[in-house]
Design a protein around this ligand. Structure first.
Ligand code: HEM
Length: 421
């Protein structure tokens, strides 16, 4: 067994501009398995090799310290760090709804209406200048997940959206201690979920009740779903538009495919999505280059062997999804945008965990299936109707703000396009 390489034990993560960029440099210097110190003095082992990751795929615990920042949203224990025995039934309940085709189909018309509303707004203001795609698309995905998780019977969806934004900026942004305004906003959100609970108004809440979750745990779960769902799905779409705006030949292929599959229709039906193969490949290639959740973590409960390395029980394993996606051993010319990497033939040549935007194993994202449906629908509606161009001189710098986010938004010039253009 070899000693795990790594820098001297002193965290220089902040100096690197954040964990997402630190990881890229760490693995470039020390290879695919490296130890480093997380802010707060916790030592972790980071694994950027997809084959070695297989040995960790069954690990079913997360380190508490790294998820403490979510505590203000949790009355009944933090869902992200629940012990495996409690987490399993919750995961099954979530998957029974979030991963089910029936549920995706049932919400498709409502999602289409929300996406079309945004497209109408962009069409109206196109002449006035570029759109702030990241801001608008995050808000759209928050509206979608509210509709999904809370059902259609909410009196004031705009108030729910703004209360959630307040809670996020204050508590999770760490800007200030929870103040009166944010406490009121959180209490309001819990009341809304209680109303849905009492009225049985969403299939998600119904599935959680059926799994015997306490009302407090249902509230926590719904808030956590709103958090996990909206920024991630929003930025997956805005990064894809960003990349397509800079690769006109790929954008033209997406447009031709949409014209062929949709004809004169402005939006796809659920069944059309599986025919939008180049759109799907472009979205995946964008999530490879800009994974919305750039890293994850586990805590080992028994000793593991990763190639030449011994990992004792109780180790924090760090999953650097971004570094895995840019690993040159599996992705030649890793920074280039090449959607054809995701043809079935090309995918079959790569190890299973070379592309892991939704994580891996028993703690992977339960919303992956729903997220792909939402993102593909929104992209189809927008790219059927518009051509997107970058704004010269506007810098697009990935930073971390819960998700991999563009620091000053992604400004795009929008022009309506006719079929065949
Ligand atoms: C493009 C959109 C999305 C991306 C890229 C994404 C990515 C991720 C990642 C990387 C994780 C951590 C996985 C790990 O540690 O292995 C995660 C966890 C999670 N995600 Fe997503 N996610 C997305 C959308 C959603 C949506 C739409 C929902 C729900 C409707 C959702 C619900 C969750 C939940 C509940 C967890 C915690 C998993 C657990 O601890 O059991 N996500 N997601």
């Amino acid at each position: 067994m070899r000693e795990i390489p790594g820098p001297p034990p002193q965290s220089d993560v902040a100096a690197a501009g954040g964990l997402h960029t630190y990881q890229l440099d760490l693995h470039e210097r020390y290879g695919p398995v490296a130890r480093f110190q997380l802010p707060g003095a916790l030592e972790a082992v980071s694994v950027a090799d997809p084959v070695l990751l297989e040995a960790t795929a069954a690990v079913n615990e997360r380190p508490d310290q790294l998820f403490e920042f979510l505590a203000p949203l949790c009355e009944a224990g933090n869902l992200q760090t629940l012990p495996a025995g409690e987490h399993g039934p919750l995961r099954r309940a979530l998957l029974s709804v979030l991963a089910g085709r029936r549920s995706h189909e049932a919400h498709f018309a409502g999602f289409t209406a929300l996406a079309t509303e945004l497209a109408d707004r962009w069409a109206e203001r196109a002449a006035a200048g570029p759109v702030e795609s990241q801001r608008d698309l995050s808000e759209l995905s928050l509206r979608m997940i509210c509709q999904y998780a809370l059902g259609g019977g909410i009196d004031d969806p705009a108030r729910v959206v703004s209360a959630f934004e307040t809670v996020l900026t204050v508590y999770l942004g760490g800007l200030r201690e929870g103040d009166e305004e944010s406490e009121r906003a959180l209490a309001y959100l819990r009341e809304v979920v209680d109303g849905v609970l009492a009225g049985g108004g969403s299939d998600l809440v119904a599935a959680l009740v059926k799994a015997d979750l306490s009302p407090a745990r249902v509230r926590d779960t719904v808030l956590m779903i709103m958090l996990a769902a909206h920024h991630t799905t929003g930025v997956a779409v805005s990064w894809t538009l960003h990349l397509l705006s800079r690769h006109p030949e790929a954008a033209a292929r997406v447009a031709a495919e949409l014209d062929e599959v949709l004809g004169e229709r402005a939006a796809p039906e659920y069944a059309d999505l599986k025919r939008l193969t180049y759109l799907d490949m472009s979205l995946k290639e964008s999530m490879r280059l800009y994974p919305p959740g750039p890293y994850g973590a586990r805590e080992t409960t028994e000793d593991l062997t990763l190639g030449d390395y011994h990992i004792p029980a109780g180790t924090t394993i760090f999953y650097p999804f971004w570094a895995v996606h840019l690993n040159p051993d599996h992705w030649p010319d890793p920074r280039a945008f090449i959607p054809d990497r995701f043809t079935p033939e090309e995918q079959a040549k790569r190890p299973r965990y070379a592309f892991i935007p939704f994580g891996l194993g028993p703690r992977s994202c339960e919303g992956a299936g729903l997220a792909m449906v939402e993102a593909e629908l929104v992209l189809a509606v927008l790219l059927r109707r518009f051509r997107f161009e970058p704004v010269a001189g506007h810098p697009v710098v990935p930073v971390e703000r819960f998700v991999l986010w563009a620091e000053s938004d992604i400004l795009l010039r929008v022009t309506e396009r006719q079929m065949g253009q």
